[in-house]
Design a protein around this ligand. Sequence first.
Ligand SMILES: [Ca+2]
Ligand SMILES: [Ca+2]
Ligand SMILES: [Ca+2]
Ligand SMILES: [Ca+2]
Length: 274
Amino acid sequence: MKTPTAPAAPPGGTPSPEGAINDEYEPDNIPNQATTLEAEIPQTHSISTGDSDYVTFVLSETRDVVLETSGGGGDTKLYLFDEAQNEIDYNDDGGVSYFSRIHRMGLAAGVYYAKVTSFSGTTTVPSYTLTLTLSAPLEPAPADFTLAWNNQTQSVVATWTGTPTALTYNVYYDDDSLQPYDPEQQAAEGPSPVSTDVLTQSLSGFPMGTYVYVTVRAVNAEGEEGYGTEIQGIMVPLAEDPYEADNTFNTARFIESGEPQSHSIHAPGDYDYG
Ligand SMILES: [Ca+2]
Ligand SMILES: [Ca+2]
Ligand SMILES: [Ca+2]
Ligand SMILES: [Ca+2]
């Protein structure tokens, strides 16, 4: 709801609602008033009660784009719009603390708008910096990435779909899901990452019960790596014990009194009936 009377001007300041105090880019509350934001030239704004800060930027060619707010304190929200002012992305707290960050891969050439507001219309942000970072688009992540256990070759097998200009693929693996890829146990195929020019890679030689986490990145002719697939993990199954198959009552083995049996739960879903 709009109040019919404008708030009194603070001492030394200029009256709102057009804009905040000490925000040299005001008025910029609508797209037509947007300030041009240049890559690598951060702008410092502020958010007064009910304020919106619009910027615009132009991509002359397809670019990977990072748009980020930062500052000493405050909670921003960040919106990205195309030239027709359709919202194409939104972020609240993807930056440091409660600041915002939008990362768009392969954004097409054109005119874009971004809007920064505070978390709610009633909160203010005394000072924040808005930064635009552009980079040449990386090779996209390979699609259809799957990880499976091959019992015959006793290996973890990664498969994926090729990307348009990839020459090779780097297959990163680890025995934990945390960066970096620093497996304690090296695969027989070599240290992480293993390079291949086909669309599959086997990884073998891990101890039973090890979780193996894998991601794949395309590498182009210039040797530049693209984006990684989502990380997938799979457990190297424990060896089948000598009493298998005993997964049903019908195949249950008779236990002699005084003769303990040593089994293993060799894979998820294994049951050892006795
Ligand atoms: Ca402002
Ligand atoms: Ca504004
Ligand atoms: Ca936020
Ligand atoms: Ca690790």
